[in-house]
Structure formats: C-alpha cells, structure tokens
Design a protein around this ligand. Sequence first.
Ligand code: GLN
Length: 259
Amino acid sequence: MTAQLIAAAARLAAAGIEDPVREARILLGATPEKFAEAIARREKHEPIAYILGRREFWSLDFEVSPAVLIPRPDSETLVETALKLFKDTPPHTILDLGTGSGCLLIALLSEWKHAAGTGLDISQAALTVAQRNAERLGVASRAQFQHGDFEAFTGRRFDLVISNPPYIASSVIAGLDPDVREYEPHLALNGGADGLHPLRRIAANLHAVLAPGAPAIIEIGHDQGASASQTLQNHGLNVHQIVKDLGGNDRVILVKLPQ
Ligand code: GLN
C-alpha cells in the first residue's frame, strides 16, 4: 500500500468508517484527482455513492444524487420476485410509486424489452435523476416519469404496480447510521409514526390502478411482514406472498385485488 493510501485509510478509520482500507482504495481508484476531497467527504460519513454519483443495482450503473435513496441490494428481491412471477408472459405496463433513482422500474424495463413503465415521484429532483438513468441505460423510449403523490394516478390501470415506499418509523430515524440519517432524503425513508403510513395510502390507491388480476409488489421493512399484511388486508387486498431478502428478513409483499 502506498503512503497516500495508508494515510487516507487511517483518517477513515479514525472517523469510525468500518472498512477503511477498502473504501480508501475505491475512492482512489474512482477519483484519483479528487482523492483528498473524497476522503474529506467520506470522513464526515457522506455515502460513497453520493461522492461518486454512482451506484450499481441489478448489474446496471445508476446515477445517484442526494435527492434519491441509494439503491440497496435488498431491493433486488423485488426485481427477482417480479421476474419470477411474470416468467412466462411479461407485463406490458408497469407503475412505480415513488420511483426515486428509477432503479426498480429501469431494472425491470431492461429485462422486459416490450414493457413500458411510468415512474411517479413527489420529488422533482428525483425525477430528473430517474429520467437521466432511463436515458443512460437505454430504456427512455419506454419510460415516462411523472410528478405526483401516491394518489396522483386514477383512471388508468397497470399490469404490475411496484413500490419501495418510505417505511421507517419516524422515531427510528434518529437512531439510523449517520451515513443514512445525515445524507439520504428523509422523504424517501420516513414512513410516519408506525412506518406504514405511505403503505396505507398506496393500498387505498391500488384499487384504482391495478388491472384485474394484476399484482402489486411492494418493499417492506425487515420486521413488517405481519403488520404490512394486516394493513393491506384492512384495505381489501389479498396477500399472496411475503418474500425474504438474502439476509432472511421480510422484504417484499405481493398483493392482488380480490377477483
Ligand atoms: N432499506 C432502507 C434502509 O434500511 C429504507 C428504505 C425505505 O424506507 N424505503 O435504510
């Protein structure tokens, strides 16, 4: 290791970064000319994805900014669940509620070449990032991004609805890692008093946007399998499946309207 790397790793270690040598290497490799600045930012716990403006998800290279949640490997569980469910006949139309960077919608559009999708978000800044990702990843002709709330869609029905809504209970936010708490958009994390507030609004809206027999596949928190099921059932939806992530935690719930 060079003296430059050793010094940088020591600074990150002193700042409480868990894997300082690996991170120093990544930052040096990605931004050799701006290495000092990158280390100073990481020392303050800014996530590497924001420093680099990039994060890989579903083997695709996504642009990210502080306006969007950083794509998580756990969310690939949602993509896998959708691909498995539609393995014989892919859906034609997809609605993504709270699209953020667009990672879920764009990953699915990259797999299903004949599908088209709409990504909805309350954040205009997030929509700009999602639009750029759709262009960079070659699905822009099949992706449309629209500004609006979960209720913004009525009168048009989709073959598949997906969402990774905010689902962290407000009281838990203060105890999150500084990397998340200080840098990621609370708009994308904060799910209200019990973490299920956005899910309730989505559940109410699903009656207006799901085509007959169509599923909604929604990401949930690691301990929300039972409470999310109850919430969705209370809104007249049938729970078909709860899928665990690679860590063995509840991560995705699949619902349909009663036939
Ligand atoms: N999985 C994210 C986290 O643990 C939360 C994402 C969300 O609220 N949708 O930080």
